[in-house]
Design a protein around this ligand. Structure first.
Ligand code: NAP
Length: 303
């Protein structure tokens, strides 16, 4: 079957694009390799999505998925291996099939950046995690640290306070990048912030048991005994499959205001796009704009 539009990625941007495109009468496939909801589904609490006072990311994105299904979006749970975007129709190669579509909206989002430390990969599942919501409950009564100073790090640290007996927040500067409201919550928490510090080494036998920290101002090195380390030092765009699309030096895809890319009929929406604010609400807005642009472009093609 050939779709009017294939949406790659089922996070808030992809789901919203699906809702708008299907509601607009287009045949739509959302192709997703993991769970629906993207990174937002792993967020413990979302309190800045207008009209929804508070919700877990999982519940909010599940509602988006149900809404997309009601409008007739077809969900394809397969990993995309390659994209041939300049072809007509465009081709999406998965492990099982080649999906064809007149247009494509790229919504692959971003994934957590790692620290690049020796043994970091070895300790994944053995103390090192990139998702507090997924793994926090395993650290009940334990000592944990979060590395980073952005919204994710602060939210993770506050979330981990529910389970861990001690939570440290290690940040490379002496000021948090996170929103003020979140930074204020850290002040009134029991979280111990270790400022101006970077992690140099991960230690342990089969599991993480300690980390070596270096103070970037004094050069002083110290050891911190830990059961868990949550890495929250930013994101990298999941744009490697979109080899034909123009990108900036960090790998984020470049789009115009209508979400179009350098290839006709190919659009990008959400966190993998070059933009100034990465939030669920801006991902949804991107998705809606991309779907509207696709619809107009397809109408033009038929003339
Ligand atoms: P981010 O805002 O880019 O913050 C990354 C943090 O990690 C920064 O504090 C940065 O330090 C630090 N860092 C980067 N590389 C490092 C390294 N190699 N070693 C040590 N520290 C390092 O990333 P994020 O927190 O994942 O958030 C991503 C986007 O999602 C942001 O736009 C954020 O606002 C959004 N978000 C929003 C919410 C919300 O609104 N509730 C929740 C989660 C995420 P510096 O500060 O020194 O650069």
């Amino acid at each position: 079957m050939k779709y009017d539009v294939a949406i790659i990625g089922g996070g808030p941007a992809g789901l919203t694009a699906g809702i708008y495109a299907a509601r607009g009468g287009l045949s739509v496939a959302i192709i997703e390799k993991q769970g629906i909801g993207g990174q937002a589904a792993l967020t413990s609490e979302i309190e800045n999505y207008p009209g929804v006072e508070t919700s877990s990311g999982f519940e909010l994105t599940l509602k988006m998925q149900e809404q997309a299904e009601r409008f007739g979006v077809n969900f394809v749970y397969e990993e995309v291996l390659a994209l041939h975007l300049a072809k007509n129709p465009k081709q999406i190669v998965t492990q099982n099939s080649i999906i064809e579509a007149s247009s494509v909206i790229l919504c692959m989002g971003a994934s957590p950046r790692n620290l690049g430390l020796a043994r970091e990969m070895e300790f994944i599942g053995g103390g090192v995690s990139y998702c507090a919501t997924c793994d926090g409950a395993f650290f009940r009564g334990k000592n944990v640290a979060v590395n980073g100073g952005g919204n994710t790090a602060v939210e993770d640290a506050l979330y981990l306070e529910r389970f861990a007996s001690k939570v440290y927040l290690i940040h490379r500067r002496n000021e948090l990048r996170a929103d003020k409201i979140l930074a204020e919550r850290i002040k009134s928490s029991t979280i111990n912030v270790i400022w101006d510090s970077v992690i140099k080494e991960l230690e342990g036998d089969k599991k993480l048991s300690a980390i070596k920290i270096s103070n970037v101002k004094s050069g002083e090195e110290s050891e911190l005994k830990l059961d868990g380390l949550f890495v929250a030092v930013g994101q990298v765009p999941s744009s490697t499959l979109a080899t034909e699309i123009d990108r900036n030096e960090k790998g984020y895809l470049i789009t115009k205001d209508d979400m179009s890319t350098n290839i006709e009929g190919v659009y990008a929406a959400g966190d993998l796009r070059q933009k100034t604010l990465r939030q669920v609400v801006t991902a949804c807005a991107d998705g809606a704009i991309a779907a509207d642009s696709v619809s107009k472009w397809l109408t033009e093609q038929k003339k």
